[in-house]
Every structure is written in C-alpha cells, then in structure tokens.
Ligand binder design. Structure first.
Ligand code: AKG
Length: 283
C-alpha cells in the first residue's frame, strides 16, 4: 500500500509552501491509455453531469463532465489502484486519504477558451485544508495552454466571491451565489498578472500537477490549432476535511448523494461513494 511513488521531500515541501507541484512521470502510460479510452466514451455518452462549457464561432468546444469514476471500470480502477491516492497522501502529509470526485475537461483543437481563475474548495460540499486536486493531462500540453496556479494563494486568509460557473452553462443545477457582503471581490489575476507568481508547466502524459483546493487556478485554453486538450482530474481529501453544505450553493452539489449514504454536515468522508483509498503505514 505504501510502495515508492517518486514523490520526494522537496515535492512535499513545495506543495506545502506553494500549494502546487508538478510531478513528472509518476503515472504509468498504461493508465493514461485506459483513461483516454474512458474519456472518448464519456464524450460520446455524457453523464447527466456532462456540460458544454463553451463553443466559439468556429465550433471549437470546451466540455466538462464529472463523477464518471463509477460509470466505467477504467476510471474506477484508476481511482482505487493507481498510485495517485498515495501521492496525494504524501503531498498532504495525511494519515488517510479519501477520494472525493473526478472531473474531466476536454477542449477541441485550437480552443482559446480559458477557465476563469477561481478556488475549488468554496464550491465543494466539504471543507478543510488537506485537499489535493490532481490535474492530469492525457495528451502533451505546453505551459501556455496548461492550467495555471497562483503560488502561495492556498494560504491567503480571505474568502472571495468566486465565479458562478453556472453562468457558462445557464443550467439551473450549477448555480452558486457568491454575492454576499462577507466575501471579498476576487483578485484580478488575469488583469494584473505581473503582481502574482503564476505557475504552469509543459506537461507530458504521466505528469500530474497537484494543487491544494484553496489554491487560485485557471487557464488551460489558448490551444494551437493542431492541439487538443484532454484532462482527467481527481480530487483527494486528507485528515481535516469534513462535510460542509454551503448556503452559497455547491458545484458539483453532493448534498443528495451524501445524504443518501448517511453523511451529514461535519462528518468525515467515507462510505463507498467517498472511499478511503490510502492509509499511511508508518512501518
Ligand atoms: O482545466 C481546466 O480548464 C480547469 C481545471 C480546473 O479548474 C480544475 O481542475 O479544478
């Protein structure tokens, strides 16, 4: 269960300090190949959570789907048996790791649409510091088209008004309302890029960009005409993460799924829906 993963002390320190680290070649290409097949299948047969985020005048599209891991074995096997749960546990310095959910992002060649900068945790049905989103391209991607993460932003002590991604889809199920007075306007990262330390990397299949759920991130558009982008992201939670149903709304909203399996506000994740995939073995 605690086999070597290639994660170094330096990676762990970087993840803690910067809230993001890019790990090279830590996922075998056999996993990537299977996931690519899964993504092709899901694009042709979207789940009820599948959304078209954006289509431009040339017909170039950005699509999103999520919680696909129980729909096909290639995803489920990856979640339960790839090294990623352990990698997340090492980076978060957790004693136990629960799988939260997956998200896939697919852009057709030449797509310019960039995901607006945001944090993940304010949208989630959980709260806690020990979280790890692992953004894993299934095709090569250049830094200019990859996800960007603002280094250190996971430790900024502010609650921001986030983007309502529901505005992209117009779908009533995706709406979140961050208009509360208690929330600080979101920093203009795109407009003032020079003020921020923004990380992104050229990445190959097998590389994974791991970031804390509080880290500000966005981008991954700007594709050259001959390049598509397909990404499988899995989200992992450590020791301090608890269920938290939010009045602002949640996207994706796990309230019904969690309630159905008996999870309530304040509970630690568990059950078959949010399985404990890795436990630290100190020996
Ligand atoms: O790849 C993208 O466009 C968005 C990724 C993202 O926001 C995430 O993985 O949380």
């Amino acid at each position: 269960m605690n086999a070597p993963t290639g994660v170094t002390e330096d990676d762990i320190e970087t993840f803690s300090r910067d809230g993001v680290v890019c790990l090279r070649g830590v996922i075998g290409l056999d996993w990537i190949e299977r996931l690519r097949e899964g993504v092709e299948h899901t694009l042709a047969n979207p789940t009820e959570r599948g959304r078209l985020w954006h289509r431009d005048d040339h017909g170039r599209e950005s699509r999103y789907d999520s919680q696909v891991w129980r729909t096909r074995p290639e995803y489920g096997d990856f979640v339960m048996h790839s090294p990623l749960a352990q990698i997340a546990g090492q980076l978060m310095e957790a004693t136990r790791v629960n799988f939260f959910f997956d998200a896939m992002f697919a852009r057709t060649p030449g797509t310019q649409f960039r995901t607006p900068f945001h944090q993940d945790e304010p949208f989630w049905s959980v709260e806690g510091f020990q979280t790890c989103s692992s953004w894993m391209p299934l095709v090569p991607v250049e830094a200019a088209s990859a996800l960007e993460v603002v280094r250190g932003s996971h430790r900024w002590d502010q609650k921001y008004q986030q983007t309502n991604f529901g505005a992209l889809t117009g779908d009533a199920r995706d709406q979140v309302d961050f208009a509360s007075d208690d929330l600080v306007p979101f920093p203009d990262i795109e407009g003032e890029r020079d003020r921020y330390d923004i990380a992104s990397w050229d990445m190959e299949p097998g590389d994974v960009m791991c970031f804390n759920g509080r880290a500000i991130h966005g981008g991954s558009g700007n594709l050259p005409d001959d390049r598509e982008l397909k990404v499988f992201n899995t989200k992992w939670c450590g020791d301090d993460v608890r269920v938290r149903f939010r009045e602002t709304g949640m996207d994706p909203d796990h309230t019904d799924a969690m309630t159905m399996v008996g999870l309530a506000d304040g509970d630690r994740l568990g059950t078959d829906l949010y399985p404990t995939v890795w436990t630290r073995n100190e020996r």
